[in-house]
Design a protein around this ligand. Structure first.
Ligand code: PGU
Length: 395
């Protein structure tokens, strides 16, 4: 018999979102007529926008012709045109196309980065955080060296770096999932200085960067001078243009990022991409290119604005109930506080009394206890109905 990989012993039994889906199904079994509204998993609901949908369609048609067909790409790092556009449009030339690799999504890149740095790397993770950082690190074998950085209303959701032990990797997500907090330039400069001082590497997750509306908030860690020596960045087309199912993202590994022995990290990263990944879908990449044209950029803004209107409705609904809620401005997530209550209990109450699916804060880490995450992804009508139902609840 084969021994089970011991790294799985430290993991919670199941991944967070399937557990939530299970509880939703349980309610439907009890009450098949329940009109459930999901504000749980951050899953996009609006159709692909015209310029992007047309580009995907055209790419698929071309693959059906002898001249237009293509198979494996020569370079698994992605279409050069797309890498150039990401560098020009989204990084304004701060990053070169060579430092960008195109992927099937930010989650998949986080998994591959965990292979790049290996199971011996010690890690610091925001608490609460997107569960993939902790679970993925544990699967990679980093069980011994995992440190939480509590992010609460009291510290403006930015960790107290002074109290931390040095770690090899620092996971940082801004705008944050789940708290909705977007770090300021000053805060990110502090993070970069901390990483430089400790010779740590930041894994910066900018999956929600398009949701930033307030002026002067950084959309990328590379807006901070010197970050290119200490940070990799992952990002995605999932939340900005509705590619949660199409699948397309990218990762930046700057040429200046070096390991302890002075070797650059980029060649090792490209080795992983070429060895364990055959490149992102050729069709999806054409959609990504269309999303970066002026028409595509306008469509992205409209789509994001649609979800931001939803966030306002949820925030208003919660505030009228007297619940303290954070986020929802530069982020599609609202982080609501229910002091003294267990988040899974509040989750069950909202599910069973309002038929609204949410995500319990405890699923994102110990500091998430007594919080609930509301996702603003959904149809206006559903969100409006959910906000009305929330107003009627007594906590
Ligand atoms: N990074 C962050 C911070 C995310 O919140 C998510 C999705 C991703 C990356 C994944 O991006 P892809 O490019 O689509 O791979 N978070 C959602 C979905 C749940 C999940 O398991 O990914 C959420 O509800 O938190």
């Amino acid at each position: 018999m084969v021994k089970r990989n011991p790294h799985f012993a430290g993991l919670s039994e199941g991944y967070l979102f399937p557990e939530i889906a299970r509880r939703r199904r349980a309610l439907l079994e009890k009450n098949p007529d329940a009109k459930i509204i999901s504000l749980g998993i951050g899953n996009t609901t609006e159709p692909l926008t015209p310029a992007v949908a047309q580009a995907l369609e055209l790419a698929a048609r071309e693959l059906g012709t002898a001249d237009g067909y293509s198979g494996y790409a020569d370079d698994s790092a992605g279409l050069s045109a797309l890498r150039e556009q990401i560098a020009a449009v989204l990084y304004k030339g701060r990053i070169t196309p060579r430092e960008i690799t195109i992927s099937d999504g930010a989650k998949c890149d986080i998994g591959r980065l965990q292979i790049l740095f290996g199971g011996r790397a010690t890690v610091c993770i925001q608490d609460p955080a997107y569960p993939v950082y902790v679970d993925g690190s544990l699967i990679a074998g980093a069980g011994g060296g995992l440190q939480y950085m509590p992010c609460r209303p009291e510290n403006d959701f930015f960790p107290d770096l002074g109290g931390l032990k040095r770690a090899d990797l620092i996971y940082f997500c801004s705008p944050n999932n789940p708290t909705g907090a977007a770090a300021t330039k000053t805060q990110l400069a502090e993070l970069v200085a901390f990483a430089r001082q400790n010779k740590s590497i930041i894994i910066f997750d900018a999956a929600y960067s398009e949701f930033i509306v307030e002026q002067n908030l950084p959309r990328s860690i590379y807006e901070i001078p010197g970050a290119d020596e200490v940070a990799v960045e992952v990002n995605s087309f999932s939340k900005s243009i509705g590619f949660t199912g199409v699948r397309l993202g990218w990762c930046v590994v700057p040429q200046k990022l070096k390991f302890e022995d002075g070797r650059p990290a980029l060649p090792d990263w490209l080795r992983i991409i070429n060895t364990l990944f055959n490149g992102a879908s050729n069709i999806a990449q054409r959609g990504g290119l269309a999303a970066l044209t002026p028409a595509g950029r306008r469509e992205t803004q409209n789509l994001v604005a649609y979800y931001q209107d939803n966030a306002k409705l949820i925030l208003e609904g919660l505030r009228q109930t007297g619940i303290q809620a954070y986020g929802g401005v530069n982020s599609p997530y609202i982080w609501a506080h229910f002091p003294g209550q267990k988040s899974w209990d509040v989750f069950e109450k909202i599910l069973n009394e309002a038929y609204v699916v949410t995500t319990p804060g405890a699923g994102f880490g110990p500091a998430g206890e007594s919080f609930i995450r509301f996702s603003a992804f959904g149809r206006h009508g559903d969100i409006d109905a959910a906000a009305q139902r929330l107003k009627r609840l007594k906590f």
